[in-house]
Every structure is written in structure tokens, then in C-alpha cells.
Ligand binder design. Sequence first.
Ligand SMILES: Cc1cc2nc3c(=O)[nH]c(=O)nc-3n(C[C@H](O)[C@H](O)[C@H](O)COP(=O)(O)OP(=O)(O)OC[C@H]3O[C@@H](n4cnc5c(N)ncnc54)[C@H](O)[C@@H]3O)c2cc1C
Length: 498
Amino acid sequence: MTHYSPVIIVGAGPVGLSLAIGLSRRGVPSTIIEKAEGLEPYSRAILVPARTLDIFEEWGILGTMIDAGIYVPQLRVYDARSSKLVIAIDFSDLKAVTQTPGFLFLPQDRIERLLLEAVRSSQLSSVRFGAAATGFQQTSEGVTVSVQDHGQSYEISGRFLVGCDGAHSVTRRSLGLSLLGKTLKARVLIADVALSTDLELPTPRLALTASGPLVLLKFDENRWRIVGVVERDETEEEARSEAGVASRVRALAGDVPFRLLWSSTFQIHNRMAQKMRVANVLLAGDAVHLSSPAGGMGMNSGIEDAHNLAWKLALALSRNDANVLDSYETERMYAMKHAVEPTSDVASNTLYFAPWPLRLFFISLFYVIMRIKPARSRILAMMNMLSTKYPPSDIARGDARWVGRIAPNCAITNKPQVRLLEGRWGKAVIVCYDVAAKPAYSDVVYVSAENGQVFRRTWKVRRPFCAVIRPDGFIGWARERPSAGHISDAVKFASEIS
Ligand SMILES: Cc1cc2nc3c(=O)[nH]c(=O)nc-3n(C[C@H](O)[C@H](O)[C@H](O)COP(=O)(O)OP(=O)(O)OC[C@H]3O[C@@H](n4cnc5c(N)ncnc54)[C@H](O)[C@@H]3O)c2cc1C
């Protein structure tokens, strides 16, 4: 028996589930095949930065995520010994580029549960647990996936297949691709512990030891995450053991009772496959790139892949033209190379590999830099994955000062109750500032003269100015002093990508 689904997704991790939500928001049905019988119960990633929160907002699930976690508009880091404040990082500098300037602490198991609820309530996606993809065949018309489901074999055919099947991806291997790059030497310990519920300890807490920074962070009602390095004279088993974790709890919280919930040691990878697409088969998330959890970007960069891909798959299906999918690989590989890898490299090198005096120097330098507004804004944007930039392509055309960047927010005249980023437009939007010609397009927003000064400053433009914001919130086309012909180009482009 062969089933049919326009998009087949292999893997119900955070990336596969996100892709199904992104597709459902554009009315596209999908089928997820997941070999496990249910979702993973382990916490794994615990940090959701502003860019992912904006994506959740677009999908209408931000409220449930925030209600389930700990949202901090200001990150206050404390010294583990004295409990004195070491540094306060205020995310409000990012207000121009995000609606949610802050970090959300929410464990991946809970994120996956909420994503699954959103997938199910969309009624456009079916999730088959206990069903493993064993291989696939593709033609120019589409893909047929072979499935083993509780002892039964069957096939599902579809127009596109997306492998979101994690680091050991069968989809990637079937395409003959491997994860190339480096595995760094540092061995990192992660442990989750439960401490007494009456314990009032300010967190995150930081202890600077000669072998590396040691951090304790409360990320749930009574779940606390410890991150540190495995000491030189210690085996990984010793570090993961009750005694190994106890010595870290003592250094971070003093002599308090604790219960070890889970611990793991791992190496840091910076790896990526050579391709993210082979005709009708695409890859996303850990299936195609692995980065250091030190930068906190593994899960989040995968969710960005899903967000970038969902609207393009919807467009490819509605136009019956897969050309737009070329830009998925171009943009996401560029973002991984230029934003995600360098950020996680900097984080790993400064936190784990630099010699102790140099590490102290970097940390002191960080404190100083965070007092200088332009430098601080850049660092905060990087930490929150808001500095992602895409290269020129068919859907990022024109002046690189704006095109390929996330659109900054702005107040708009014709819809005074919403700012640009709050619009949840779902399609391309044209932004006009002091432009004489009115674009003949359904979703045009105008910046008023009274908001002009702020607009000029945040967007760094001179008037008149016109831009097309793509459905994923990136600027796809922009022009200072546009002629009537340019405005027609903007309308044509916005219509093509909506
Ligand atoms: C200890 C630890 C700590 C981490 N900390 C962070 C952090 O702080 N920040 C961060 O951003 N990231 C972190 N990560 C990384 C993050 O967990 C991963 O990047 C994320 O899970 C990747 O999501 P994914 O959906 O791409 O893949 P996965 O979560 O691996 O999901 C893949 C899914 O595909 C399924 N599957 C595989 N093969 C098949 C098949 N043949 N058929 C059907 N289904 C299949 C698997 O069962 C799985 O459910 C951490 C990871 C670990 C292990």
C-alpha cells in the first residue's frame, strides 16, 4: 500500500516538528515518520534565543513556550562563591530587531512536547511514531520512502522529502553525503541536578577554575544544569559519576544536597555536509550540520533551517516550480559558515581552549566591551542569532547594506496598532518611506514622517526608501530613491515570492 503526502519529513525532533508547523501555517500538509515510539525525555538544549522566539511568535506558539519556561529580558550572572552579581546583560538594545529581546530557558523535551501539540492541533500533519525510514527513491516528479512500521513495510510517496533525522541521518547517508569538518579536543560535562526546592540561589552562577568555566543554571521548576569541562586528570566516567557531579555542585552552590538526574560528556563538533539538497530531497538540522553546544546553537540553527525551508516548500508546491529551493542551500550554508560556526568557535575557543591567563583576559575584555553600546549590540545580536545574513540570490536582490538581513522593526502609519514585526504577514510586505508612487500590491506599509527619524536611524537609510520584506522577515529587495520603475519591480518581486 502506498500513502501520499506532499512533504514527507523523517524525524520528529525539534527540527522536523518545526518544519511541519511552518508548513501547516501555509496550508501545506505533511507526514512525519519517527522511528522512536515517542519523544525523547532528556533536557538537552535549554536555551532559546530571541530569533527562535520571533519564529515561535510568527507561528502563534510564543505564548505557550514563554508560559512553560523562564523568560529573562536581562541575564544576570552571579559569582558562585559570593553570590555577588558579576555582570548584567540587558537585551533591550535588541528592541529594534526583535519583538522578544531576551532568552527563554526551556528544556528541549518540553519544547518538543509543545511543538508536537502545535503540529497535532494544526490537523494538517500526521506523526507516525515507531515508523523508521529505511530508504527512498526519487524521480524528477517526487520521492518514495520505504517505511518499517511495527513490523509492517509500506511506502509513502510525496513531492519532497526532508531528512530531519539527526546526526546519524539515514537520509543524508543515502545521498552519499557525510559531515565534514572538525571535532575539537575539549571534553565537556553536562549534568542536570535537582536541588532542595527551598534553596534560593541566584543563577546563572559562574566559577572560573583553572581548567575552564563552571556554570550552574536553573532552567526549570527544580532542574538545574551544570556545564563544565572534564579535568585533565579525570576520566569521562569519573566526571559523569555522582562523585564527579558532587564536587561541581559544591563549587557552585556550596554544601547542599542534590539528586543527579542525568549527566553526559561530549566532544565539540563543527561539521557540515557538502549539500543540503539533492533534487527533491532536502536536509535540515543536525542531519546536515553539527555545532558546539557552547554557542547554544544546535537546536536553534535547525529551527532556523525549518523556518527558511517551510515557506519555500509551500511556494514550490503552489507554483509547481522547485527553483526557489536552490536558495535554501545557498542561504542556510552561508549562515552556518558565517554566523553559526564563528559564534560557536569563538565561544568554544575562549571558554574551553585558550590558556588560563588568556581566558581570564578574554572574560575581562568581554565585561569591558559589554559597556560599549555599539559593540554590545553586535555581541547580543550574535548571541541571539539576529545577525544572520544571507548572500545575494534571486530572492535577495540588490543593495547588500539591507538585502539579506533581518528587517528591523518600525512603527507603521496605515496600521497604527501593529509594528512591522508584529504583523504575522505570512507573505511578502512592501515598506515605503516617503515614496511618491503607491505600489499596486495588497500588503504595503507606510512609515510616517513623525516616525521617520527613528526609521532612518534604525534602518540606516536616507529617504525616499522602499523595501520588500520576504515571508521569513528578511529583506529581499531594497532601494533608496526608487523610481516608478523600481516600485513596479518591487511589486513584481513581492508577488513572485508570496
Ligand atoms: C547533551 C546535549 C546538550 C545540548 N545542548 C544544546 C544547547 O544548549 N543548545 C542547542 O541549541 N543545542 C543543544 N544540543 C543539540 C540539540 O539537542 C540538537 O541540535 C537537536 O536535537 C537537533 O535537532 P534535530 O531535530 O535536527 O535532530 P534530533 O533531535 O536528533 O532528532 C532526529 C529525530 O529523527 C529520528 N530518526 C533518526 N533516524 C530515523 C529514521 N531512519 N526514521 C525515522 N526517524 C528517524 C530520531 O529518532 C530523532 O527523534 C544539545 C545536545 C545534547 C545531546
